[in-house]
Design a protein around this ligand. Structure first.
Ligand code: ARG
Length: 581
């Protein structure tokens, strides 16, 4: 497990030594890299920048193994070309490492990620897609970098709505009984349809029968008081819903572990104390009976302050009390130093107020970073939030099924030799990958148009394009027979080989950037650039028919490292890379 110095880090160091200041290196299309740091230093020292640049060129070691050429350009930029040998050597070091030279954080911290938070007794809809997909990618990326990650699925499993459901179940005890042989996906669907049926039936009675309404309200009180029979009934709803959630997450190819599901109810025991602490410290005050926190900069349209309500006038605790208690748990008990919330951007104000309150209360200190990672809305082709024709929100499973179906069509057209079973297997990997990739390749805050035709297209910035690049690559490696991938630093590189090589070397830095800003789309666009560079290489540089055995080995080496980098990168996004397509 050796981390590898990237070419840019090595050059940065080399030029910094010669310049005595930060060279401000970046990739450039004029040469491989450009250093702009001469300008600033010359200005500070009142020197002529072109002269200073020339001195730096002089000061760089001659006959360098790393740098093939340096030129002064413009007002004093340095255009730097890396030697072919250095590229191949650096890549060989990456290839020799199981982690492709990606370093493990020297001092990992603990991050709690709050994501994939569906609501009990309710359908999962498109809104739950993004939180799940983005959260899962962040978990994987941060864990890969060595961070200790604690996953929290803050499911909506508590609230007054359960009074009605539980009361109905008490009066109709067989409504959640299971059929004889329910398994897998069907079990999930069966659970959801039972829950839906029960919800509708109880709603109807609730709306028409005053006495049932009264009994339901009494149930809420029993539930909050922890009455064992009521709690047992409530648990049945949670268990039933989990069967459904798990079936949807299976389909989404996202692992949800039972121990990580700590829903709103998980903080019940803390709510009273949370309120007490807030009130005693004066962070929260009573206003019309409710316990509220006020903010100078949060006002409604009428100019009146909009408070965060921690406890309602009737004594009931709201969403805020739960989130504040969860912060106490995550900092004091789980010892997290970073808290991430992958939640819809519409909840931005809620989190702003919750974080600010937790700071005032001393639960969030300077040592802890709390971040809302907001994401935008899925839009239809008309640019409005994605809804069915009758204006209802889409069920998440329906979207997933449709993506898999479309993928099957694409695969059948492209690969006629596959059996029906093979098509069905690949279609899952391609269809679900397409949905995840479309989501992850969009920068987080943005809304995006949910367009399945585009998502499963073979051309353009799609997961299918990446998966095909991977599969084609693997097929070359299979056909290579006895020829092995071997790096040959002594060989000069063609332009397409250099371009591919320089990109391959950027994998570790790309990941570091992603985990610094929590933006998976940077990884997605890197992988797309890599697959595109590979496609160009593949078109311009014969691999199996290369002129010499050494050249063939070196090109196979580039193929192999590309495949490994694509596979690792896609895996971090939660997307499969089938070996054959
Ligand atoms: N269950 C909520 C929803 O479906 C999201 C929960 C977000 N997480 C949190 N800690 N508040 O909108």
């Amino acid at each position: 497990m050796a981390s590898v110095n990237s070419l840019s880090a090595s050059i940065q160091q080399r030029v910094a030594d010669a310049l005595g200041a930060d060279p401000l290196l970046r990739r450039s299309d004029r040469a491989d890299f450009q250093a702009n740091g001469v300008l600033g230093l010359a200005k500070r020292n009142k020197q002529n920048p072109r002269e200073l640049a020339a001195q730096v060129v002089e000061a760089l070691p001659a006959g360098d193994e790393l740098i093939a050429a340096v030129e002064v350009s413009g007002p004093g930029f340095l255009n730097i070309t890396v030697s072919d040998a250095a590229i191949t050597r650096t890549l060989a070091a990456r290839a020799a490492d199981g982690r492709l030279g990606v370093p493990v954080k020297p001092e990992p911290g603990t991050t709690v990620i709050d994501y994939a938070q569906p609501n009990v007794a309710k359908e999962m809809h498109v809104g739950h897609l993004r939180s799940s997909v983005i959260g899962d990618a962040l978990v994987k990326i941060l864990e890969f970098e060595g961070e200790t990650v604690i996953r929290r699925h803050h499911i909506g499993d508590w609230g007054t709505q359960f009074g009605m459901l539980i009361q109905y179940l008490v009066e109709h005890p067989h409504e959640l009984d299971h059929g004889a042989s329910e398994a897998g996906e069907e079990a999930g669907e069966a659970s959801m349809s039972r829950l839906n049926r029960l919800y509708k039936a109880s709603r109807t009675v609730f709306d028409s029968d005053e006495e049932f309404k009264t009994r339901s309200r009494k149930r809420v009180v029993d539930l909050q008081a922890g009455d064992p029979e009521t709690l047992a009934m409530w648990q049945r709803f949670v268990d039933e819903s989990k069967i459904y959630f798990n079936s949807v997450y299976d389909k989404l190819d996202i692992e949800i572990r039972d121990e990580d599901v700590v829903g709103e109810s998980g903080y019940n025991d803390m709510l009273v104390e949370t309120c007490k602490l807030l009130e005693e410290s004066g962070v929260a005050v009573r206003s019309n009976g409710a316990l509220c926190v006020f903010f100078d900069d949060v006002k409604g349209k009428d100019g009146e302050p909009v408070p965060l309500i921690v406890q309602k006038a009737d004594g009931g605790f709201g969403y805020a009390a739960t989130d504040l208690s969860a912060i106490r748990d995550r900092t004091a008990d789980l010892h997290a130093d970073t808290l991430l919330y992958v939640v819809d951007s519409r909840q931005a104000l809620h989190f702003k107020m919750v974080f600010e309150t937790a700071k005032r209360a001393g639960w969030l200190t300077d040592e802890v970073t709390a971040l809302h990672i907001p994401f935008g809305t899925l839009l239809g082709k008309d640019g409005k939030p994605y809804k069915t024709r009758s204006g209802e929100t889409f069920r998440l499973v329906d979207l997933l099924d449709e993506a898999v179906e479309r993928a099957a069509t694409v695969i059948r057209e492209k690969s006629s030799e596959l059996t029906d079973e093979e098509v069905a297997d690949r279609a899952k990997e391609v269809g679900i990958g397409a949905i995840k990739y479309a989501d992850l390749s969009t920068s987080l805050g943005r809304d995006y148009v949910f367009d399945l035709d585009r998502m499963v297209s073979l051309n353009g910035d799609t997961s299918v394009y990446l998966q095909y690049a991977y599969a084609r690559n693997r097929s070359i490696l299979r056909k290579a027979g006895d020829a092995k991938p071997v790096a040959h630093p002594e060989l000069p590189l063609a332009p397409a080989e250099r371009a591919l090589g320089l990109l391959l070397d950027e994998f570790a830095e790309t990941l570091a950037g992603v985990s610094e800003t929590y933006e998976p789309h940077k990884l997605a666009s890197y992988l797309y650039a890599l697959a595109s560079a590979y496609t160009t290489f593949f078109d311009q540089c014969p691999v199996l028919k290369a002129e010499t055995p050494e050249l063939r080995e070196n090109r196979l080496f580039l193929c192999d490292l590309t495949a490994r980098t694509l596979r690792q990168g896609m895996a971090l996004l939660g997307i499969r890379t089938p070996e054959r397509l």
